[in-house]
Design a protein around this ligand. Sequence first.
Ligand SMILES: Nc1ncnc2c1ncn2[C@@H]1O[C@H](COP(=O)(O)OP(=O)(O)OP(=O)(O)O)[C@@H](O)[C@H]1O
Ligand SMILES: Cc1ncc(CO)c(N)n1
Length: 529
Amino acid sequence: MSARVVTARVLSIAGSDPSGGAGIQADLKSISAVGGYGMAAITALTAQNTRGVREVHVPPASFLAAQLDAISDDITIDAVKLGMLANAEVIRTVAEWLARTRPPIVVLDPVMVATSGDRLLDADAEEAIRELLPLADLVTPNLGELAVLAGTGDGPPVVAATWAEAIAQAESVSARYGVRVLAKGGHLPGDAAPDALVDAGTATIVDFGGERIATTATHGTGCSLSSAIATLAAEHGDWPAAIAEARRWLRESLRHGEALGVGGGHGPINHFAGLWERGGTRTAPTQTEVEAEWWAGIAGVRREIDELPFIRGLADGSLAREPFLGYLAQDALYLHDYARVLAEAARLAPDAPAQAFWANSAHGSIVGELELHESWLGPAAGRSARDGQGEREVAEPDGATTAYLDHLLATAARGDYAVLVAALLPCFWIYTDLGERLAAGEFGAKALDPGHPYASWLATYADPAFAIATREAIAITTAAASRATPAVRERMHRAFVASSRHELAFFAAPLATVPAREPAGERTAGVTA
Ligand SMILES: Nc1ncnc2c1ncn2[C@@H]1O[C@H](COP(=O)(O)OP(=O)(O)OP(=O)(O)O)[C@@H](O)[C@H]1O
Ligand SMILES: Cc1ncc(CO)c(N)n1
């Protein structure tokens, strides 16, 4: 088998089933469902539904030849699946094209009769199909088709009554035509639905067992299976592996067929059931879209922060020293645990760059905590925060700090990396945004005055290095959100909004008239001016 490809370009040469369950419609769905790029050259049009075939129209074979040449003149074909070929002239046209273009993989589903029992191949063309066998790598007959191929032409075909008889017929077809045969047991009586890959060339038989699935939705199973095998063979480069994977997918799709509620006869399988269940059916937002939506989603919270007397007082320098230092004491307590939550994000990070980013941020947070103690909160408080030996009482976390940290610690404990980074993001993003707008004079010119009482504090949040870290945190989080399932993305968003609200409460706490937990005087205990 030839080189493996990532997305196999697979051509189905088959008939159309307007009801969508068999023929090229099933082929295109199957190829797509297992990860290939599907193409289809139509041999015949049928007027059929789940109950039966009403009419067949076969366009001139020359037009099929034109379709095939149009494709092969332009496109590299990794695999071909042959389905309904209608008549001997169509078979000859396809055989001539195959002999000329030599696609690397050819899977022949020798369609003769529909699930409903209607003929899809002229009786006199059954012999012509034999000409195609040596041009195929794999032929996938059901029991009736296997009997025709195993027959010698004298006397009617004898359909295998047991699985052992089917295998014997497959061996004789494989030996006679030099082709691998996948004998299919879909039409066997009983509880089993086995298939077997028979290769007389290597004298091997690979059995694929399986319980029969109780369902009426079996229209197009043969079309679907052969298309999936052609696609997966191009990707795997291995027949047994391709067949095993195709059957797993087919059986999953069979289980979900009836739920589609298509038609009153033998309904189709649900080709995408597994895909929809595992991946959802909605498009994923891009990182840019996530960023814009999440930022717009907290516009109200950000506006409230902007309006807080604490922020206004901070900007124009009118904020009293006591609530400012109270705020810093809470911030130091916050950074202490925030560093641990950042370290947890580093532990859970899926790759080295993200791991390094969060570990670095954890380090930055510890440094920030120590700096607060050393520059604003005084050496005594700093010492006591580190070793518990200080002469003064260290501040206790107030209600807002406790609530915010509880949210972050609980999110970290749940262990979902994507949700955790979403919870961590507002601390970066809201601060950077505020710092930049303060430094730009959006809250008044006083914030730019070197004589501002809290100038050095304001400078830390306008630091370009902090802005770069924030960009990175946004990039990591929005990439995770864009990749996540809708349910996880929703959880991420909730965690992000919750943290943003905690940011608001945290900024509001220092000037709150009714403190969340302790009297105002005690909130700043241990803080030295
Ligand atoms: N009820 C079932 N449960 C499990 N597997 C099934 C069932 N019916 C068919 N299959 C599987 O579906 C595939 C197609 O088998 P089948 O023998 O029905 O081919 P077919 O007659 O060519 O199909 P089609 O219905 O398209 O004409 C095989 O892998 C077979 O094992
Ligand atoms: C077009 C077409 N091809 C194949 C089958 C076999 O199921 C069918 N019913 N219709």
